[in-house]
Write a new protein. Structure first.
Length: 730
């Protein structure tokens, strides 16, 4: 039987969701391939890919679940849902035609012939062509925005359309809604600013680069409606062109991921392009030009220039520029019209010191060729940052923001070393306590979470892991001593997951820190590893990787965080309470379980968590900002079910105005709130401002924005108050 090794890199969370430079969203490669049943040849890599992932699913996954008819039935539903998630292309007859595969998926995987994948792809591409014709015809004629009707925008409340007529009606309503939104946006730009408005005008760098200049906005309602339709036609034309050109492994990826989702929510296949983007998110760096891209109509648009990167230094490339062609050294230019973004990204990225030439169209229509020397692009937002915080008349405290547990091969940083350095700096500054902010930290490297915990405890077990055979291993901090020995708060939310939960859970079990948060953390108590599928072929075939769940982790108390998460000692108002989140809400999440606790010492804490929570609750009730959070989230939760939107212009305007007014009345004005916290970022955290490039790019003001946002954060301010109580409350 074919054997291969798993990568040593253990992952216990999702990659951070920060923007990635020169990176498309997780998606597909260029090209096209369909199986024998659909009439053309599949990608030659598929047979090997199917064999390798099948073996991994059955022999390495923590559940050791056989891939059989039962799994096939679950995977079939997941496949149909992912193929047309919005229910805007397929008909019920298409689903029924594919239903013959409902209990064959396991057999097809074993045979290496993914017939469902390719027949599904063929049908989907055909349906895209049908829908494209519908959409272009609908956008040719003026729309009646005075009909009293409603459109349902929640696809979960819709069935697949019964026929083309029903589907065309669905698209007509959806397009009218988009026209209404675009027309309203144009009219808002035509209005002079209200001097009494509470919100200040946007800064230049915050404006929507996709919005048309005021001079290009028609002066009549009919003209604005016509422009909205014309712009939509261009957008959808480019989108459909890409949808009709699936990549060579797209079909296989869709089906393999449907099978993976039947095992658990965190096992997934990453084809080569997605694997490259995953590596960038984990390492926080890449070699390229330092620009964020996205698809726009038929071309690729520059969304953002990374401060300090190669493009910023060159100065010619600007947000809003459209890429027309890409030219490598000593090669001819390649036209990127209708090219998929990952193909364009692949051409733009390259080794440090090499030159890439981009032919771009400026927003005014002028075309230029820019020669940019590639360099290492460091994504500073991916790394830990530190600051000192102080309320007037109170001691100085330390603050560390940790967005993920990053590092690994090729990374210029790792989270364990960065946090250790920040803690040592804070100890030297004799801060009276430290806040470790892991809100929205989706996890990352297992070893780093253990090392960071070890910086705060003397030594001992940090986490227990158990595999499918019931074999248990205790992973410990074996280094005596601590880097910082003062009071610690760990600030969490419902999006803190995996490695974040190991850190928070261990520090809570040791009574080393007070956990403060909006509610239980995400509840992801599983460990993933990256299986390098290329190794199965000796590196001869590029297949990508399989991120596969191989273990469950347990706190030193023996309790799993799976589904239940880490419960904070002190609860604060949750600004995201209206969002359904957490492991328990995911399909096929692995069940909660418990094992024996690992013996460990506890920290000689001098505080009483119940007393701290009582004092905090009194302050929160008096806080004009935090006390309004509950009303705002209740309003947003109520709106989640309000998914039918009027298409009559007057009713649409009224609904939008009422919703905006209600939300503004209920929401705290964090941006304009009085600043009580004095914030001083620590050296090199984040990157210092840089001078404008020769093309006039703005200085990097990320440090200023980060500091100002932190100074306005009422949750962090309450943590500072709790730290003050920790030295006085017994």
């Amino acid at each position: 039987m074919l054997r291969f090794s798993l990568l040593a890199l253990l992952l216990i969370g999702c990659a951070p969701k920060t923007p990635t430079t020169e990176s498309p969203p997780v998606g597909k490669e260029g090209g096209a391939a369909v199986s024998s049943e659909s009439g053309t040849n599949p990608d030659p890599r598929e047979r090997t890919l199917a064999a390798v992932v099948l073996q991994l699913f059955e022999e390495e996954h923590v559940l050791r679940k056989p891939i059989n008819d039962e799994v096939s039935k679950i995977a079939f539903k997941a496949y149909i849902d992912s193929l047309d998630a919005g229910k805007m292309f397929l008909l019920r007859s298409d689903r029924d035609q594919l239903a013959k595969h409902v209990d064959r998926i396991d057999d097809e995987l074993r045979a290496g012939m993914l017939d469902l994948a390719h027949e599904g792809q063929r049908i989907y591409v055909q349906r895209v062509a049908v829908v494209e014709k519908m959409v272009m015809q609908l956008l040719e004629k003026p729309m009646n925005l005075n009909n009293e009707e409603y459109v349902e925008i929640d696809p979960d409340k819709l069935e697949l359309a019964a026929n083309d007529k029903e589907l065309e009606e669905r698209w007509r309503q959806r397009l009218e809604l988009e026209v209404l939104d675009r027309v309203a946006g144009m009219e808002a730009r035509l209005k002079p600013p209200d001097p009494k408005a509470k919100d200040k005008p946007k800064d230049d760098d915050e404006e929507d680069k996709t919005a048309p200049p005021v001079a290009q906005i028609p002066t009549t309602p009919e003209g604005r409606e016509a422009k909205a339709r014309t712009d939509l036609a261009k957008t959808y034309s480019g989108r459909f062109a890409r949808l009709k050109n699936p990549g060579p492994l797209d079909a296989a990826s869709e089906l393999i991921n449907a099978i993976a989702s039947a095992l658990d929510p965190h096992t997934s296949y990453l084809p080569p392009a997605d694997k490259a983007n995953f590596d960038i998110r984990m390492s926080g760096s890449l070699e390229g030009i330092g620009a964020v891209l996205r698809e726009k109509d038929h071309l690729i648009e520059i969304v953002e220039i990374v401060p300090g990167g190669a493009s910023a230094r060159q100065g010619g490339l600007q947000p809003g520029d459209l890429i027309l062609s890409v030219q490598q050294e000593k090669q001819d230019p390649v036209d990127v019209f209708d090219m998929r973004i990952d193909e364009v990204v692949k051409m733009i990225r390259g080794p440090k010191g090499t030159v890439v030439r981009l032919r771009v169209q400026k927003p005014g229509g002028e075309e230029k060729t820019l020669a940019i020397t590639r360099d290492v692009v460091v994504i500073e937002e991916s790394y830990a940052k530190g600051a000192t915080l102080q309320l007037k008349g109170k001691p100085v405290y330390g603050y560390i923001h940790l967005p993920s547990f990053y590092g690994g091969k090729g990374s210029p940083h790792n989270s364990a070393d960065d946090v250790k350095k920040l803690l040592a700096d804070m100890k030297q500054k004799k801060v009276a306590g430290v806040i470790i902010d892991i809100r929205s930290n989706g996890g990352g490297l297992l070893g780093d979470s253990i090392d960071i915990t070890g910086d705060l405890i003397d030594k001992g077990p940090v986490v227990q892991v158990q595999d499918s055979d019931g074999k248990k291993e205790i992973l410990s901090d074996r280094h005596s001593g601590v880097v910082y020995d003062g009071p610690v708060i760990v600030l969490v939310d419902r999006f803190s997951a995996s490695a974040s939960e190991i850190l928070a859970g261990a520090l809570q079990d040791y009574h080393r820190a007070v956990i403060v948060g909006y509610g239980p953390t995400h509840g992801k108590g599983t460990v993933q590893t990256l299986a390098d599928l290329d190794r199965a072929t000796g590196g001869k075939i590029e297949l990508g990787v399989l991120k596969i769940t191989i273990q469950q982790f347990f706190r030193v108390s023996g309790s799993s965080t799976q589904r239940e998460g880490v419960k904070p000692d002190i609860l604060l108002p949750d600004p995201s309470a209206h969002i359904e989140a957490g492991e328990a809400s995911l399909d096929h999440a692995i069940a909660w379980s418990q094992i024996k606790p690992a013996p460990h010492d506890t920290w000689p804490a001098t505080w009483n968590a119940a007393a701290l929570a009582s004092k905090s609750a009194v302050r929160v009730a008096k806080s004009p900002l935090l006390s309004k959070i509950a009303s705002a989230t209740a309003l947003l939760k109520q709106r989640k079910n309000d998914t039918k939107i009027p298409l009559q212009r007057t009713a649409w305007d009224k609904r939008r105005a009422e919703q905006k007014a209600a939300l503004e009345a209920a929401s705290p004005d964090l941006k304009n709130a009085p600043v009580n916290l004095m914030v001083k970022p620590l050296k090199d955290s984040p990157a210092p401002a840089t001078a404008p490039g020769p093309g006039g790019n703005k200085p990097d003001d990320r440090a200023t924005k980060w500091r100002d946002n932190l100074a306005h954060d009422p949750w962090v301010e309450e943590c500072v108050n709790i730290l003050g109580d920790m030295t006085t409350t017994r």
